[in-house]
Write a protein that binds this ligand. Sequence first.
Ligand SMILES: Cc1ncc(COP(=O)(O)O)c(C=O)c1O
Length: 412
Amino acid sequence: MEQQKVYYFDNNATTRVAPEVVDTMIPFLREYWGNPSSAYAFGAQVHGHVEAAREKVAALIHADPKEVVFTSCGTESNNSAIHSALVTSGKRHVITTRVEHSANISFGAHLEKMGFEVTYLPVESDGSLDLHLLEQAIRPDTAVVSVMYANNETGVIFPIEEVAALCRSKGVLCHTDAVQVPGKLPIDVKQLGVDFLSLSAHKLHAPKGVGMLYVKKRTRYTPYVIGGHQERGRRGGTESVANIVAFGRAAELAMATLHDENTRVRALRDRLENWILTHIPNTVRNGAREPRLPNTCNIAFDFVEAEAVLMLLDQVGICASSGSACTTGSLDPSHVLTAMGVVPMRARGSVRFSLGIYNTAEDVDYLLEHLPRIIQRLRDISPLNPEHPDNDRYDIDAARKKHEEEMASVKE
Ligand SMILES: Cc1ncc(COP(=O)(O)O)c(C=O)c1O
């Protein structure tokens, strides 16, 4: 299958598996395919490589290797942390935020159906979190606070050290979903002071299908996936050895590329964002400028539908994404942007560009060559565009009035 050149600006969705990572994992598919739990040498040697990978992943977050539990993905890690906190504490209340990944939002809805209570904290218009609201929300029956480290749609970073300190002072467990963070910010679990932290390998140039949950030493823990005694009894199921070894190698690379991500990639992101905001009218950034991941920008293009922008970008080989989730025929605006008070029309016209270590200046030039024409082309046919020439075909006055009302209610 010949793959034509892709201009990839969707690194928060998933990342290219690094060639070095592929090289590291192949022997574990071809030759060393034994079960790491087997007693004979053929299995035991595989076990040794799983443990070496555990050390590398632990080093990425400054943890002890014994504090690392391999899982199948970030979603499982999040679910497991919250599940364990509820079971071990016997309490029935969870606090999270309205802007979490669906790994938390949907799990929260599931917990509510099971009779637990979940508080979803609101955020400010720039996507930031008011810690006073968190403090007020903590109750005697709160089992765990789960707040993401960085938002996948806007890149906005939450003050996890403060969140964890608050939880500690109230005797509540603290989990953070740090899936978007490795390779972009240094992670030090000791400094953060969290009890649980989730990662997912496919966000850091390793394959899909493996994740990790950090469980702080002496934190009571009960498994979510129940079965064999793998992972020291903390997660049943035969280890996905090739993926775990790949995760270990990717963790080393993430530490090595941290500087590049924070200098070169950040500069590319800033150039892209500044160019759009200054050269394409009626555009606005969603979310705070700082503190923010160095690779992410989320821009609202007024008077267009993001899905149409993405389709036209796709036609010229550019991958980006919208904050919108496509649900059976209807386009729901992003729950993250909605929680920030972004009006539906603006949220539906929002596009996320997330860069990575493989992006070049030429990629950004290519995007900027095509994007203005695509936006203009869509605005030319948009009934929402105040400069639309074809007043007869649409009820443009009604559309404009509705749009202006929505815009007036934006919390700038
Ligand atoms: C912030 C965040 N949390 C959790 C996940 C889920 O990770 P996984 O795809 O490994 O289940 C993602 C993936 O997009 C994410 O961005």
